[in-house]
Design a protein around this ligand. Sequence first.
Ligand SMILES: Nc1nc2c(ncn2[C@@H]2O[C@H](COP(=O)(O)OP(=O)(O)OP(=O)(O)O)[C@@H](O)[C@H]2O)c(=O)[nH]1
Ligand SMILES: [Mg+2]
Length: 305
Amino acid sequence: MSLFQKFTDGLKKTRNSLAEKIDSLFKKERSTHFHQELETILLSSDMGPKVVTKLISDLKEWERSDQSSPFSDARAFIIDQIARSFPEKPAIWESGTPHLPMVILVVGVNGAGKTTTVAKLAARFKNEGKSVILGAGDTFRAAAIKQLELWGERLSVPVVHQKEGADPASVAFDTVKAAISRKIDIAIIDTAGRLQTKNNLMSELSKIYRLVVREMGNAPIETLIVLDATIGQNAISQVRHFGEAVPLTGMILSKMDGTSKGGIAVGLSREFNLPVRFIGVGEQSADLLEFEPDLFAKSIFQSEN
Ligand SMILES: Nc1nc2c(ncn2[C@@H]2O[C@H](COP(=O)(O)OP(=O)(O)OP(=O)(O)O)[C@@H](O)[C@H]2O)c(=O)[nH]1
Ligand SMILES: [Mg+2]
């Protein structure tokens, strides 16, 4: 299956709701309400009013400047604008720091999909031939530690863990230390779900982060927030609060397969100028796609025919 097919497949629900409505809008004669109708369709995908208002005004501007453009080019214009609205991925993701592992701290609210995403990332890096170690930083529940251990067994990836109730910062510390001493390429640390408004839990997260940074001698680390794409605009508050506790370097939108409102990816990156690194499109370890703005925009907007 091509990458584009994986995107269209994973984003099927958003595509079905969006591309179909856009198809019918473009099939009929252009009405005087064209922009209004387009605006309603775009808003229905949860892109957020700021992004949609900007898109429509850019479209009008483009139409004014280029009278010769056929009506259907408006669709290509929108796809292009959306693809270009995502920030560039910083280079650290590709390079990492020589002699040090790449450390990825995975954060987010309860049930967002963190642990599954940790496993998906591990599977992905392993497939690329890299060595991976996992840290069971969710020490709140014994079941959470077990869940990660099971993934570790399934993927043949070592998991650093302590007992239930242990200090999560200490688990994170052990994981990084183990990765450095065993010369492992990538250390991925799972954390417990926490509500973004619980200050004590957010300070605990800052503590985990500080300890990892100290152990890494200030080499950059990836801090990725996992957001359940089906929850809609509450994701904005999550990114804001988590971003105050730890410097976020990217977002992972999980459960994209379960929502018709995948447009949230556009609104979120615009709001925070934060790249979407991956999207989750299912419950299996292979159901993680590296985010490609171009493929994303095409798969939710392009006509089937
Ligand atoms: N359909 C679908 N389900 C997903 C995806 N990612 C995670 N899930 C499911 O969402 C549920 C919660 O996933 P977890 O990975 O346990 O979430 P978590 O953030 O670790 O949860 P807590 O540790 O309790 O905070 C599980 O049933 C996963 O299988 C996805 O991309 N698509
Ligand atoms: Mg978990």
